[in-house]
Design a protein around this ligand. Structure first.
Ligand code: 2P0
Length: 350
């Protein structure tokens, strides 16, 4: 009788929020960035993608993916690159040990669910591709480290490489044409700075107008600020940020985070046609952080925005009352905060 067994593995991957932003590719096919970036991995308890990967001789070809119960294409070059790389690694194991079931040739069924707005600038593609790669790697019993798997996730979506590691994670841009040195690196585990907190303000759950992939390509082609940012501004800030994290220097962490967010959005504005990710509510959040810090007499909160209007506010546990009691009432007075949702989290697993 034919083997109709279903092989299955489930996993979750967290969202990461960059404090040094990835924006611009030196190789769009391989998702190789023009500059390094650095992110804080959020806790999986709130913002995460859950993915189950299954394969079976009972399934029909082709491979399929459901995201939040809706069918998605897996025939994009990025998805195909991830699946090809994972199958090649499994095939290597099967060649070395003929007693292993030949999973690499079986059709895959992938089912993913986000517990946050998809494509609204909350790093859904990062968590999505990280979960996809991790789930299939687990299904195939691959022995690669998270950093090695980050090379595969990067081909799905650049920022996904950072979601395979917890804590404070750098993505080194690398210099090789084949991208083998463009991967995630642990700067510090979550436990290094357990007092760090992130407040997520969902300004809009709508899908963003300009995708990151399209937006950053237009920026590379048209922005005059971009070259200076990639070559001079970001390398200096990467060093400052790593040092701030290692020495738990919140003041520097916060100042670099805010200037970096503003530099990224200035570069978007300098793109032709200009890209607007921030809106009036986002700008009210920036003002509220400034007011919070002014009131405290020191920098206790830092804002950052990705490719969308939603704000992420970093602060330390000791300042939670000051940030929440001062910051949220200020925001609630502003028009447009009706949809505000707050999530307080600590960075993810080490
Ligand atoms: C980041 N973003 O570092 C920056 C900040 C958006 C703003 O990484 O084309 O979705 O799939 O590699 O990873 C968004 O870019 O782009 C992003 P692709 P991705 O988090």
């Amino acid at each position: 009788m034919a083997d109709l067994k279903i092989y299955r593995a489930s996993t979750t991957a967290p969202v990461n929020i960059a404090v040094i932003k990835y924006w611009g590719k030196r190789d769009p096919a391989l998702n190789l960035p023009t500059n390094s970036s650095l992110s804080v991995t959020l806790s999986q308890s709130d913002l995460r993608t859950h993915t189950t990967a299954s394969c079976s001789p009972a399934f029909d070809h082709p491979d399929t993916l459901l995201l939040n119960n809706a069918p998605q294409s897996l025939s994009t070059p990025r998805s195909l690159a991830c699946l090809r790389s994972l199958r090649a690694l499994r095939s290597g194991l099967e060649d070395a040990d003929p007693s292993l079931p030949k999973l690499s040739t079986l059709p895959l069924r992938l089912a993913s669910a986000n517990n946050f707005p998809t494509a609204a600038g909350l790093a859904s593609s990062a968590a999505g591709f990280a979960a996809l790669v991790r789930a299939i790697a687990d299904l195939y019993a691959l022995r690669q480290s998270p950093t090695e798997l980050s090379l595969i996730a990067r081909q799905g979506s650049g920022s996904a490489c950072r979601s395979l590691l917890g804590g404070y994670v750098a993505w080194d841009h690398g210099t090789r044409a084949d991208g083998l040195d463009s991967r995630a690196r642990l700067v510090a585990p979550k436990a290094h700075w357990p007092d760090m907190r992130a407040l997520i303000l969902v300004v809009s759950a709508a899908k963003k107008g300009v995708s990151s992939t399209a937006g950053m390509q237009t920026t590379v082609q048209t922005s005059s600020l971009f070259q200076t940012r990639a070559k001079e501004v970001v390398p200096k800030r990467m060093a400052e940020m790593e040092h701030a994290i290692l020495s738990k220097d919140f003041e520097t962490f916060a100042k670099v985070t805010m200037r970096e967010s503003n530099s990224f959005h200035a570069t978007c504005l300098d793109t032709d046609p200009p890209i607007f990710y921030l809106n009036d509510v986002s700008r009210a959040a920036i003002k509220a952080v400034e007011e919070t810090n002014d009131k405290a007499g020191r920098t206790i909160a830092a804002y950052t925005f990705d490719a969308g209007p939603n704000a992420v506010i970093y602060y330390q546990k000791a300042d939670e009352d000051a940030v929440l009691k001062t910051f949220l009432p200020i925001l609630r007075q502003k028009e447009g905060w009706g949809e505000t949702d707050t999530k307080i989290d600590d960075p993810g697993p080490a």
